[in-house]
Ligand binder design. Structure first.
Ligand SMILES: C[S@@+](CC[C@H](N)C(=O)[O-])C[C@H]1O[C@@H](n2cnc3c(N)ncnc32)[C@H](O)[C@@H]1O
Length: 461
């Protein structure tokens, strides 16, 4: 467990009350959008003071049930709701029933947990097929805003972001939620944001305790001075002529666990040569732990060699939880040989209405030269066209300085296949959570190939 705010602190109750007043109306709108109604079984994770648990409990009525969990339950214990079960429970490590809930909700909890992606996977497993996950977390991108502009306020926002990172909190988790939920295999994913502009003193109850909590860390970090912190604290108390301050952006993301039969088809092998079949894995295979472990190992083993020197020791390309989510989303293509062994895989998905992406393309080292990469790319392009896409993209991680043999090979191959460079982005901007794991500064080259109707080009790479 890792939680930077002191749950036993009396001031924390005041902060949570102010937070609920700010965010409850939007949360209730998001929950209502799932269709939650009488008889539903709901899980409220990190329930805090329980305002949302109490709302759910009334909504689902006597035929329904709400389980409210937190590592500190004293406020929940006092709630007078007969259909509410309060559980002292750490969502990272304590057992959680599978397929038990129609709705799982966590607000302002996951950003605090370094294991957040694995926790999302657990919460998805806690849903019955067809059930909804609603995750709400802030993004501090807008925290520096004020009117009029205020230099100390901006520096404090930067320092706050740095201090939260250092404490294991992801200050930008909000922006990642849409992708996180899709990555976990959910469908019908929607993400929306809300923020509030208020006279600074009105936001003091939610924001000042956090400023004070990380004050020492911020000052030690050197981005902000004691005088800056004091200037901001002054503005929070300045009732005379207050500046306009902004809350964080709160992103509310929701998605539904697919029903294996209704939401996804069965395997669709489409390309075949004498030895290798290529097709999308059935979404239900996401529950096959052995298969997911083999795929994860294949990807990590191939990348350990193909990207050697780019990552710090111990950094893995993917995890079993992430892979299970991608398989469950129907986004993993595999190449198999006749005895069923998987000898290659790739991730295909949509990045916009008319553009697809193929990524994490790997071929087993002992099957090199059999055209597996080519077959996987052929499949991805054909699949994109079948889905009505105009273009397909891929990303290539390259060192910012110097060259890397595997990357030079891939650049040449992608060029031959018609993938043209359209953008180059620093990893810090696109994947800030992965950037610290790099052994050397890297860039992501984004390449795109148009998908005109007709058969894909072939070459012998
Ligand atoms: C910022 S509060 C949000 C409370 C409530 N969800 C809300 O939005 O009003 C975060 C809550 O998460 C709880 N929490 C922190 N780490 C947790 C963990 N590992 N498992 C369960 N709850 C946790 C804290 O005790 C706290 O009540």
């Amino acid at each position: 467990m890792s939680y930077i705010l002191d749950t036993a602190d009396a001031g924390e109750r005041r902060r949570l009350d102010a937070q609920s007043a700010l965010w409850d109306p939007g949360t209730i709108r998001a929950l209502t959008a799932t269709g939650v109604t009488a008889g539903w079984r709901c899980l409220e994770v990190g329930a805090g003071t329980g305002t949302i648990a109490a709302w759910l409990s009334e909504r689902v009525g006597p035929a329904g049930r709400v389980v409210a969990t937190d590592i500190e339950t004293r406020w929940l214990d006092a709630l007078p709701c007969p259909n509410l079960v309060v559980r002292r429970h750490d969502v990272v490590s304590d057992p959680l029933e599978e397929e038990g809930y129609d709705l799982v909700h966590a607000r302002l909890v996951l950003q605090h947990l370094p294991q957040r992606t694995a926790v999302v996977a657990r919460l998805v497993r806690a849903l019955r097929p067809g059930g909804w996950l609603v995750v709400e977390d802030p993004d501090l991108a807008v925290l520096a805003l004020s009117e009029p502009g205020h230099a100390a306020w901006r520096r404090l926002a930067d320092a706050m972001v740095a201090a939260l990172w250092e404490a294991g909190v992801d200050p930008f988790y909000g922006r990642r939620l849409e992708r996180e939920l899709r990555g976990a295999g959910l469908v019908d994913v929607v993400a929306e944001g809300a923020l509030h502009a208020r006279p600074a003193p009105d936001l003091a109850p939610t924001m000042l305790p956090v400023v004070e909590r990380v004050r020492d860390r911020m000052v030690t970090g050197g981005i902000v001075s004691v005088a800056d912190v004091d200037a901001v604290i002054f503005e929070f108390g300045n009732g005379g002529d207050p500046i306009t301050a902004y809350s964080p952006l709160l992103v509310s993301a929701r998605g539904r666990r697919p029903r294996p039969d209704a939401d996804r088809g069965h395997p669709r092998p489409v390309a075949r040569n004498e030895t290798v079949s290529v097709g999308l894995l059935d979404a239900a295979a996401g529950r096959d732990a052995g298969l997911v472990a083999r795929l994860t190992r294949l990807v990590n083993d191939v990348y350990a060699v193909a990207e050697s020197g780019l990552w710090l020791p111990g950094a893995a390309r993917t995890t079993a939880a992430e892979m299970a989510g991608l398989v469950a989303a129907g986004e993993i293509v595999v190449a198999t040989v006749p005895d069923g062994e998987i000898v290659g895989s790739a991730h295909v998905h949509r990045v916009s209405d008319d553009t697809g992406e193929v990524g994490t393309l790997v071929a087993a080292p002992d099957h090199r030269g059999a055209g597996i990469g080519r077959d996987l790319l052929d499949f991805a392009e054909r699949h994109g066209r079948d889905q009505g896409m105009r273009a397909i993209q891929l990303e290539l991680l390259v060192p910012r300085d110097g060259t890397h043999p595997s990357k030079e090979f891939l650049r040449a191959w992608y060029d031959r296949r018609g993938y043209r460079l359209i953008d180059t982005r620093p990893m810090e901007d696109t994947h800030p959570h992965l950037a610290p794991l790099l052994a050397t500064p890297c860039l992501l080259e984004v390449r795109e190939k148009p998908l005109p109707p007709g058969p894909p080009a072939r070459d012998e790479a």
